[in-house]
Design a protein around this ligand. Structure first.
Ligand SMILES: [Cu+2]
Length: 219
């Protein structure tokens, strides 16, 4: 696996999905730290020290919140704050996903046909090939994904995208390459003996080079 994308922004989808992953991982770590920290504190604070059979005076009672106003206020503030953060995150996520689901109007349509065991890429000018999918950097590309036999799944690990290729159904996915480079296209749905070798290459090209290639291809 090429070590791309750790710091390099390779596509808009990479940006969106690693952004979401980072946000929710950070949130999960914070929540985990608070829960485990509180649990550890409570275990130590209210542990049986073996000195008395009595409960400590301030031990919490099941089903009852601490009565002191200060504590109630702290709990109310924490709940309001965490709910607000969650609401913002949910709307932010919907916004990011909406953007990732709707291709721009001027996207180039490329038809991707999965078969046992390979990929066929058909461009708007009628040109077809199976080994490489060439796209220009900085331009939206919409893939129209179908299968001519069994279930497959079209995926580009470095772009963080995957979509099912199913016979009798047409699926869409779009992306915009941000950096020139070569990336592996692979099948992500077990589809028979040749599944592991069902690969192709995504070639993200500078727009000038792409146009030069595209205008001579399919002729
Ligand atoms: Cu497969």
């Amino acid at each position: 696996m090429p070590d791309l994308g750790n710091n390099i922004l390779v596509s808009n989808t990479y940006e969106t999905f690693t952004g979401l992953f980072g946000t929710f991982s950070t949130l999960a770590i914070i929540v985990g730290a608070v829960v485990l920290g509180l649990m550890t504190y409570l275990i130590l604070r209210y542990r049986d020290k073996g000195t008395s059979t009595q409960e400590p005076e301030d031990a919490p009672t099941l089903g009852k919140l601490p009565a002191e106003r200060g504590k109630v206020k702290t709990i109310a503030v924490s709940l309001t704050l965490s709910t607000t953060i969650l609401v913002f995150l949910v709307f932010g996520t919907f916004g990011a996903l909406d953007n990732i689901l709707t291709p721009p109007k001027d996207a180039i349509d490329i038809k991707v046909t999965a078969f046992q065991w390979g990929w066929k890429f058909a461009y708007p000018n009628g040109y077809e090939e199976t080994k490489e999918l060439r796209v220009p950097v900085g331009k939206a590309v919409r893939l129209i994904v179908v299968s001519e036999d069994v279930f497959h799944n079209f995926g580009i690990y470095d772009y963080k995208i995957k979509i099912d290729a199913i016979k009798g159904r047409t699926n869409h996915i779009w992306f915009e390459a941000k950096q020139p480079g070569e990336f592996t296209i692979q099948c992500y749905e077990l589809c028979g003996i040749g599944h592991a070798f069902m690969k192709a290459k995504l070639v993200a090209m500078e727009p000038g080079a792409f146009n030069a290639w595209y205008s001579t291809s399919g002729a």
